[in-house]
Design a protein. Structure first.
Ligand SMILES: NC(=O)c1ccc[n+]([C@@H]2O[C@H](COP(=O)([O-])OP(=O)(O)OC[C@H]3O[C@@H](n4cnc5c(N)ncnc54)[C@H](OP(=O)(O)O)[C@@H]3O)[C@@H](O)[C@H]2O)c1
Length: 237
């Protein structure tokens, strides 16, 4: 297994949730961390948590110019992780074309642009983020399709960008992120409790669970084109 000590890792979306969890864990392993996100204040607050050997650069992955500038300022890097995205979800019939384009631009094209412009070492890797909806869309057809596109892109890029490795973390329901900040606290806690009852692990995910999975993918030299489901067994129930 490779080590992350002294490796340079760009984490898009490193200012909250899974990205911040990954930044903190990788920094503890001796990596040099560059986090990206749209809001500079959030970046600064996150840097205070991550500690030394970390820096932050604003980026909006829905804007190719911003993505290019971010990676120019990074220079050469060893690993790229892209948990940073925001989506606008509603039922299929109620989703406007504008909201669908926003979500595709943020979650799919954004990760593609990062992979395109990152200057990665040949023994480095990319870790994309999809989600359980890729395989279990339920009533989230559009978001499921966007997640599935991310996974398909990763498999193609594992061949196209070789020897750079390209893998995906596919999270299940995860607490401790900003994903459900629009819900009131009681409803959010009730949703997490309901998932805990249902999932084989009797728990919901935490940012640390996703960090552990991303670090496994970065440090495993014989793993590429892999979709790692980190979902508490959610695909089984
Ligand atoms: N939480 C879950 O239960 C869950 C389940 C399945 C899949 N996922 C997926 O896992 C990934 C991480 O989710 P999370 O819940 O940890 O997210 P989160 O807490 O909402 O954090 C998102 C991060 O991405 C940044 N970001 C958002 N849009 C961006 C953009 N266009 N350009 C650059 N940065 C952007 C945010 O900062 P700014 O707002 O400052 O830009 C923030 O740092 C996402 O792909 C999500 O869809 C999450």
């Amino acid at each position: 297994m490779n080590t992350l000590a002294k490796k340079k890792i760009a984490i898009i979306g490193g200012s909250s949730g899974m990205g911040l969890g990954l930044a903190k864990s990788a920094a503890k392993l001796g990596a040099k961390i560059i986090i990206g996100g749209r809001n500079p204040e959030k970046l600064n607050a996150a840097l205070a948590e991550i500690g030394e050997n970390s820096s932050g650069v604003p980026i909006d992955t829905s804007d190719e110019k911003s993505v290019k500038e971010f990676f120019e300022s990074c220079g050469d890097i060893d690993h790229l992780a892209t948990p940073g995205s925001s989506v606008r979800t509603d039922s299929f019939k109620n989703t406007s074309v504008e909201d669908l384009q926003y979500s595709i631009s943020n979650k799919f094209i954004g990760q593609a642009l990062c992979a395109k412009h990152a200057r990665l070492a040949q023994d480095g890797s990319i870790v994309f983020f999809s989600g359980i909806l890729a395989q279990r869309p339920g009533t989230s057809s559009l978001l499921g399709a966007i997640n599935a596109a991310v996974e398909c892109m990763a498999k193609g890029l594992a061949a196209e960008l070789s020897p750079i490795r390209v893998n995906v973390v596919s999270p299940g329901m995860t607490a401790g992120t900003e994903a459900y900040k629009g819900m009131d606290e009681e409803a959010r806690n009730a949703m997490f409790e309901a998932f805990k009852e249902k999932l084989p692990t009797r728990s919901v995910g935490l940012p640390d669970d996703m960090a552990q999975a991303a670090i496994f993918l970065m440090t495993s030299p014989f793993v590429t084109g892999h979709i790692l489901n980190v979902d508490g067994g959610g695909l089984l129930v």
